[in-house]
Write a protein that binds this ligand. Structure first.
Ligand SMILES: Nc1ncnc2c1ncn2[C@@H]1O[C@H](COP(=O)(O)OP(=O)(O)OP(=O)(O)O)[C@@H](O)[C@H]1O
Length: 363
C-alpha cells in the first residue's frame, strides 16, 4: 500500500470567510511525498478549517488545493482520495470493529475477498487483530483511535489528514500513541498532515511544522529551527517558554554586540549581520539556556539573582528568579540535585550565542 500513500499536497493561497469574518487568510504551504507536517497553533487560529478545506468538507472562499498535482479545490470529499481521522474518532457505535473498517470498502463495491484481505492488512498494521468482533464501547480510547486510523487506511488514501487525533486520550496513552503513529507513518511512508495545538506533539512527530496565528501562517520550518530560532515573538511565546527583554544596541564589535536592557542590565550577544548601534531590539532567551551556579566566576553575562519560586517537575526544575536589576527571569535546569530554596541568592551565566534578537521596529 506504500505506493498509493506517497503523494503530495499543495495549498495555494487558500482563504475562508464566514460572512465578513476572515478565519483563514492567504494560507500557502506544501506537504511533500512521505512527509509528516503539523499545523500547530492556538485554539481558533484556523487549523481545522484549513484541514477541512483540504479534505473537501469546507469550501474555500479563495485559493486552490492540489493533491498530487491535480486541482481538487471544489471536488467532493470522496473524490479526493484523502483519509481523515477525527478528534472524536467518529466511529459508528452500533458496528463492530470489522464493520467500521470495511464499511467504506463495501460502499465502493469491492469484492468480499478484497475487503477481507484489506481488513486483515489494516488490522495487522494498527495492532487490532483479534478485536474484529468488538463494538467501539468495548474498546479503550487508544484502541478506538486505532480503529479510526485503520478505517482511514483501508481506503488506501493518497494522503492522511488527522485532526487532533490524540487529544481525547490521557497523557501517558497520548505519548504511546504518538510514537506508534509516527512509527507507522514512517514505515508506510504516508504523506500526512496533522492538526494539533500541542507543541510537544508537533515538535516530536513532524518533519516540518506550519505555525498558524489568527488565520495566517506565522512560520513554516523544521521543529529544531522553530524552537532554536523562532524569529517572532508569537512563535517564541507559543512554542516553549521564553524570557523577553526590551533593549537597545549600544555597542557592535566583530563578533559581539552589547544590548542595554535597563539602567543596570546589559547582555553581550553574538553579533547578527543586520545589527547596528541604536537599534531597538527585543531579546529572547530560553530558560534552559541559563546556567545556574553558586558563586561568581568573573565571566561574561554573569548576573546575580534571587530565587522567588521553585517548581519541581522531576527531570527538570523551574526557578522564577529576580535579577538584581529588578527583572524577572525563568530558569529551567536539569540539575535537579541542586537543593535551592526560596530566597537563595544564585549566580547565573548565559553564553552570548544563546540570545536571539528581534528587531522591535520591524516586528
Ligand atoms: N461554520 C462556521 N461559521 C462561522 N465561524 C466558524 C465556522 N467554523 C469555524 N469558525 C470560526 O473560525 C475560526 C477558526 O476555527 P477553527 O476550528 O479552524 O480553529 P482551530 O485552530 O482548529 O481551533 P481549535 O484548536 O479550537 O479546534 C474560529 O474563530 C471559529 O469560531
Amino acid at each position: 500500500m506504500t505506493h498509493a500513500l506517497t503523494q503530495s499536497i499543495w495549498v495555494d493561497g487558500v482563504a475562508k470567510k464566514y460572512g465578513d469574518v476572515s478565519v483563514v487568510d492567504d494560507v500557502s504551504f506544501d506537504v511533500r511525498p512521505g512527509e509528516f507536517v503539523s499545523l500547530l497553533g492556538p485554539s481558533g487560529c484556523g487549523k481545522t478549517t484549513t484541514l477541512r478545506m483540504i479534505a473537501g468538507f469546507v469550501m474555500p472562499s479563495g485559493g486552490r488545493v492540489l493533491v498530487n498535482g491535480a486541482d481538487v479545490t471544489y471536488a467532493p470529499p470522496d473524490k479526493r482520495n484523502v483519509g481523515f481521522v477525527f478528534q472524536n474518532y467518529a466511529l459508528w457505535p452500533h458496528m463492530t470493529v470489522l464493520e467500521n473498517i470495511t464499511f467504506g470498502l463495501k460502499l465502493r463495491g469491492r469484492t468480499s475477498t478484497a475487503i477481507r484481505s484489506k481488513a486483515d492488512e489494516v488490522l495487522g498494521i494498527t495492532g487490532l487483530t483479534g478485536f474484529e468482533g468488538r463494538l467501539p464501547r468495548q474498546l479503550s480510547g487508544g484502541q478506538q483511535q486505532r480503529v479510526a486510523l485503520a478505517r482511514a487506511l483501508a481506503l488506501d488514501p493518497a494522503l492522511l489528514l488527522m485532526d487532533e487525533p490524540l487529544s481525547n486520550l490521557d497523557r501517558a496513552l497520548r505519548i504511546t500513541m504518538r510514537r506508534e503513529l509516527k512509527q507507522l507513518q514512517s514505515r508506510l511512508n504516508m504523506t500526512t498532515l496533522y492538526v494539533t495545538h500541542d507543541q510537544e506533539e508537533a515538535l516530536s512527530m513532524s518533519d516540518r511544522v506550519v505555525i498558524m496565528s489568527g488565520g495566517k501562517i506565522a512560520r513554516i520550518a523544521k521543529p529544531r529551527e522553530i524552537y532554536e530560532d523562532p524569529r517572532s515573538e508569537f512563535v517564541a511565546d507559543f512554542v516553549g517558554n521564553t524570557n523577553f527583554f526590551d533593549g537597545r544596541v549600544v555597542e557592535v564589535a566583530d563578533d559581539r554586540a552589547v544590548v542595554q536592557c535597563g539602567a543596570s542590565l546589559k547582555f553581550a550577544v553574538t553579533r547578527e549581520d543586520s545589527i547596528s548601534v541604536g537599534q531597538q531590539v527585543r531579546v529572547l532567551l530560553r530558560p534552559e539556556r541559563i546556567r545556574v551556579k553558586n558563586r561568581p566566576e568573573a565571566r561574561e553575562n554573569e548576573l546575580s539573582a534571587c530565587i522567588e519560586m521553585i517548581e519541581y517537575f522531576g527531570p527538570t526544575i523551574r526557578y522564577t528568579a529576580k535579577l538584581q536589576s529588578g527583572e524577572n527571569l525563568y530558569i529551567e535546569t536539569h540539575n535537579t540535585s541542586q537543593d535551592h530554596v526560596i530566597d537563595d541568592q544564585i549566580w547565573i551565566e548565559i553564553e552570548p550565542k544563546h540570545f536571539r534578537l528581534l528587531h522591535r521596529n520591524k516586528a
